[in-house]
Design a protein around this ligand. Structure first.
Ligand SMILES: Cc1ncc(COP(=O)(O)O)c(C=O)c1O
Length: 392
């Protein structure tokens, strides 16, 4: 059978075949749904009958989004949440119990790191952080009670890659779950489910929505996990449900995900090469550069190398601050994956949840600057960086 292309799926998957034949997905802005009779209400609650009950348990607009992402990730199903952190916490509360152990890569988005170290550890969950770019480090950290192996790839903010297939194999050997945060790559670049992940997390706030106007998250999972994540983790534990209006916006954003990612990556490759050749720059971290230690893995695991770049300037933190204070078109803001190029300083912003010692152990230096390369004309992005670099 002919395989359906990525953008065709992004546009059509999950379409809502409603009685009016709308082309765009309607916003079903309703908190609750009317049952025909008491018996039907009971059957819906016991999951004997499909259908809607209450928007915290499912909503027809959100369902379109969930089916679209499940189709793009080759997942059995998907559950939308009100933020990326809502997706992470919902997934973990669903699969863990007191006494379980997690092996996690040490380079994580700051709030995920904080959830592990300040949140989960209070509830009797044990976490070991390792450099998961070497799968042997993960294997060595496994214990009898290891329930989850966790990573991002590429990682935020160091752009390290993790060999997802190798970690999936370890998880299967020890009967644990591999959970991958695929926010930076998106399914356009990497499909962790095809490589052995059991759960894939997204901050949909980023590339999936792509327009900087929604906070949202998504959890893709294997069939056997879906009911627990939706009807225990999301319904009873976090309640972090996505609103129908936000679902509508993300559906609209996702239709152009393939087009946007292609252009984001093309721009980023040029910006990374420009930065790497600049005399004021000490080191550039970008999987598309041959100098990246995992450039070969990037070619194998990613369709294109992504559009986030981190770099260190000669000098240090003061030069970095001067640079981000001097850009004009590139905006000084956290978040990533938007149309606008965004530049920020992880140590004092997105990764300030780490102590300096923890950050350095994770390879996040104080002078590291992160850029999310946007969709402006690339010559304009480079010109803005050039004038900012001339200022320091
Ligand atoms: C890799 C990654 N995962 C998760 C999150 C959390 O997502 P949200 O801000 O949508 O809660 C972020 C946010 O920056 C992120 O970069």
């Amino acid at each position: 059978m002919k395989k359906i292309g990525f953008s065709t799926k992004a546009i059509h998957a999950g379409h809502d075949h409603n009685t009016h034949g709308t082309l765009a997905t309607p916003i079903y802005q309703s908190s609750t749904f009317i049952f025909d009779n008491a018996e039907q209400g009971g059957r819906r609650f016991s999951l004997e009958e499909e259908g809607y009950i209450y928007t915290r348990l499912g909503n027809p607009t959100t369902k379109v989004l969930e089916e679209k992402l499940a189709s793009l990730e080759n997942a059995d199903g998907c559950i939308a949440t009100s933020s990326g952190m809502g997706a992470i916490t919902t997934a973990f509360w669903s699969v863990l119990k007191q006494g379980d152990h997690i092996v996690s890569d040490n380079n994580l988005y700051g709030c995920t790191f904080a959830y592990f170290t300040h949140g989960l550890s209070k509830f009797g969950v044990d976490i070991t952080f390792v450099d998961a770019s070497n799968p042997e480090n993960v294997r060595r950290a496994v214990k009898a009670n290891t329930k989850v192996i966790y990573c991002e790839s590429p990682t935020n903010p160091s752009l390290k890659l993790v060999d997802i297939k190798a970690l999936g194999d370890i998880a299967n050997e020890i009967d644990a779950y591999l959970i991958v945060d695929n926010t930076f790559a998106t399914p356009y670049l990497t499909k962790p489910m095809d490589l052995g992940a059991h759960i894939v997390i997204h901050s949909g706030t980023k590339y999936l929505n792509g327009h900087g106007d929604v906070i949202c998250g998504l959890i893709c999972a294997k069939n056997e996990l879906l009911n627990d994540i939706r009807y225990v983790g999301l319904k009873d534990m976090t309640g972090a449900v996505m609103s129908p209006f936000d679902s509508f916006l993300v559906i609209r954003g996702m239709k152009t995900l393939g087009l946007r990612m292609k252009q984001h990556c093309e721009n980023a490759q040029k910006v990374a090469e420009y930065l790497e050749n600049h005399p004021k720059i000490k080191r550039v971290y970008y999987p598309g550069l041959t100098s990246h230690p995992q450039h070969e893995l990037a070619k194998k695991q990613m369709k294109l190398p992504g559009a986030i770049i981190s770099f260190e300037l000669n000098g240090g933190i003061n030069e970095g601050k001067a640079l981000i204070n001097s850009t004009k078109m590139c905006k000084l803001a956290v978040s990533l994956g938007d149309l606008e190029t965004l530049i920020q300083h992880p140590a004092s912003m997105t990764h300030s949840t780490y102590t300096q010692e923890e950050r350095l152990a994770a390879g996040i230096s104080d002078e590291l600057i992160r850029i999310s390369v946007g969709l402006e004309d690339v010559d304009d992005i480079i010109e803005d960086l050039e004038q900012a670099l001339n200022n320091i």
